[in-house]
Design a protein around this ligand. Structure first.
Ligand SMILES: C[S@@+](CC[C@H](N)C(=O)[O-])C[C@H]1O[C@@H](n2cnc3c(N)ncnc32)[C@H](O)[C@@H]1O
Length: 284
């Protein structure tokens, strides 16, 4: 069953609130801010306000997201059940091809030629996070592209793989060993399907979080909520090879110092920001 979390926030907070819904497990988010025409029969939100609709597969995730919105933005949201077939089609209209570095992310229903020099990554996110269009994913993809260009064959650990986008990109960019994990069984399944769709299933080990095979990695990337990154710090530090690079995203600019504090044993590299979102990089 799909559940929609509806909430109203100040228009200037809509992007940040939408990102938090994505990171809280929403499989899609719509923003209605009165800029475009509302659907027929739907009143636009009041001036200066934006209406958010976050779509979730689990009521528990939607409820947790509602609490996060209330805490951060003072928004009182409510939940509504959605007819599956309407939602399954509607999110597709928001997913367009996207080029980040040498990677070209494209949904399976678009048959366009791959730009010259780019690697085609066909992605059906299904109910898992990661179409490449979220700023945190874009930041991680761009960083992986740069790092793997400088260090071909480097091993990669993608913690919180979602749709599998970063692990698949790593495979396309010539990484060595690749391990991808998630604590959501749906993500583990979808990531496996996407790896197969891209012909790289044999190159990626996919495992449930907590049941990871052993090993150290040259690149460890985790695009997860700030509090989870802090909680996972000992584990992430343990899995980073000496001289390796740790990439952390999923955090807002305002949370960067707090998250960086949990990784103070590493040398921090320059931070990167897109909209309100940050990518932190560390050298092991
Ligand atoms: C924001 S999504 C990132 C997806 C993808 N890596 C990307 O960059 O677009 C975060 C993912 O982390 C997973 N996750 C959350 N907590 C986790 C944990 N403790 N261990 C592993 N995965 C976790 C979620 O299920 C979700 O699929």
């Amino acid at each position: 069953m799909t559940v929609c979390l509806l909430a109203e926030v100040a228009a200037e907070q809509a992007e940040a609130a939408s990102g938090l819904l994505h990171l809280s497990g929403a499989s899609g988010v719509e923003i209605r801010d009165g800029e475009g025409l509302p659907p027929p029969g739907v009143a636009p939100p009041p001036r200066g306000r934006a209406e958010l609709r976050g779509y979730f597969e689990a009521i528990s995730d939607a409820d947790a997201a509602r609490a996060v919105l209330a805490e951060r933005f003072g928004a009182s949201g409510y939940l509504e059940e959605v007819r599956e077939e309407l939602w399954a089609e509607s999110w597709k209209s928001h997913f367009h091809p996207l080029q980040i570095g040498r990677i070209w992310v494209v949904p399976p229903w678009i048959e366009a030629d791959t730009p010259e020099g780019a690697q085609r990554l066909v992605l059906e996110p299904g109910m898992a996070f990661g179409t490449g269009s979220h700023a945190t994913t874009t930041l991680c993809l761009a960083a992986l592209d740069r790092l793997l260009e400088a260090r071909p064959g480097a091993s990669v650990f993608d913690v919180g793989t979602g749709s599998g986008i970063l692990a698949i990109a790593a495979a396309k960019l010539g990484a060595g060993r690749i391990l991808a994990t998630d604590d959501d069984p749906i993500a583990v399944r979808v990531a496996g399907e996407n790896a197969a769709r891209n012909g790289v299933a044999g190159a990626i080990e996919i495992a449930a979080a907590g049941a990871e095979p052993p090993g150290l990695f040259d690149l460890v990337v985790a695009n997860i909520l700030a509090n989870t990154l802090v909680a996972l710090a000992p584990f992430l530090l343990q899995r980073l090879a000496s001289g390796g690079t740790l990439l952390l995203s999923g955090l807002l600019a305002a949370q960067a110092d707090e998250v960086a504090g949990a990784f103070a044993s590493l040398r921090e590299l320059p931070r990167q920001r897109e909209q309100d979102w940050m990518l932190l990089s560390f050298q092991g």
